[in-house]
Design a protein around this ligand. Sequence first.
Ligand code: UT7
Length: 327
Amino acid sequence: MNAAITSIGIYAPEKRIDNSYFEKIIETNDEWIRQRTGIQNRYYARADEFTSDLCVKAIENLLESNHTDISDVDFIIVATSTPDHTMPSVASQVQARMNIKKAGCMDVSAACAGFVYGIILAKGLIASGANKKVLVIGAETLSKVMNFEDRTSCILFGDGAGAVIVEASETNYIFRSITETDGGLGQNLYLSNQPATINGEAIINDNKIHQNGRAVFKWAVSTLVEKIKNLVDLNQKTLKGIDWLIPHSANLRILEAVCEGLNFPKEQCLESVKLYGNTSAASIPIAWYNGLRSGKVRIDDTIILAGFGGGLTFSSICVQNRISLRG
Ligand code: UT7
């Protein structure tokens, strides 16, 4: 059975946080943040607003922005590192709130690579004949798990959500994927409340994000350059045949270094980090949606989606765009 991604919607909370916010609480400045990360703004959820709330808003936007119906969705996947609860899953909360009658539900824990993992799983469910219409959402409320005393990480992250529908289609528009993980590097990016170690290394179990930014940066650039080349080969394409690259928007400098390493035009790399910060599992659908809204991404464009993050894990897939947004 063939599959296509047919609709998309996004949401960011109302509270916009610009870089000057951090000048008041830590030793930093707007210039440093812009130069080292590209970030100008990010959005934070209210204290009473959780990841499932952002998912619902992204689905409402999907319904407004596309001619579609979700009552026949038969599986819901939410990729997140910041679920409302460990259980029930965010996906099952979404099922109830959107009144989707019959849907399998699960959350995916693959950090910033989670949205692409969700697409790969959805494609597999459809290809196997098990399901016909899968809602895949990447959503985060990272502002709830940030250490606002750590200037190397708190300036980076933001909250947001992006939802897509993956459904059975006559022609195939979702092509081959590559997923890989360097679990031995897991201690470089974590969020834990357990008095345990990762790979034998002591961790801080304060339920906040901790990362070795330099180590993740280096790993991300080399991994993305190598694996995207492999993905292009696997799909029997060349980089010249790729219209858009949408990597996880962690840091603009990572994206620029990847484009340089691939000799791929920066103008064809879509990002969401400047105006939303690093929204982890939500960053790729937000960049895609805004690429569609601005008229850059067109029907039948070939796109590479590439996620990377905590794990350390990597996921990538080549797709053909079948989404055209309404008005
Ligand atoms: O989505 C999950 C995956 N995560 C990532 O991909 C994150 C990857 N890493 C990064 O984005 C970058 O490593 C950071 C943005 C986290 C840091 O940028 P960097 O260019 O790697 O900076 P650095 O850690 O090498 O630090 C350079 C300097 C240091 O000062 P010294 O030691 O040179 O005096 C830091 O203390 O910048 C200092 N610094 C800051 N200064 C002002 C670190 N954070 C800040 C800050 N404001 N917020």
